[in-house]
Design a protein. Structure first.
Length: 87
């Protein structure tokens, strides 16, 4: 998937298990890359409602100190981001 993190778009892989109408054990990791503060990589986890044409819901995000602060990826070490994917 392509993720917009405020510093531009980055690509990452979203993994999970589809169980009925839920995508469970969802995880993704975004490694450090150009445009990120030095040492910044981050991840998210969650369980998301899914249908044949969309996946959307809240992800619990975790950010190391290198990602946190003014004009960084996040203003806190943890946050909730909304993911919305449509087919």
């Amino acid at each position: 998937m392509v993720l917009n993190v405020g510093t531009g778009n980055t690509q990452t892989t979203l993994t999970g298990t589809l169980s009925g109408a839920q995508l469970t054990s969802v995880t993704f990791n975004v490694p450090f890359q150009e445009g990120f503060p030095q040492g910044c990589s981050f991840s998210g986890t969650g369980t998301l409602p899914a249908s044949a044409s969309s996946i959307s819901g809240a992800l619990a995000m975790t950010f190391p100190a290198a990602c946190v602060g003014p004009e960084r990826i996040s203003s806190s070490a943890t946050a909730t981001w909304t993911l919305s994917l449509t087919k």
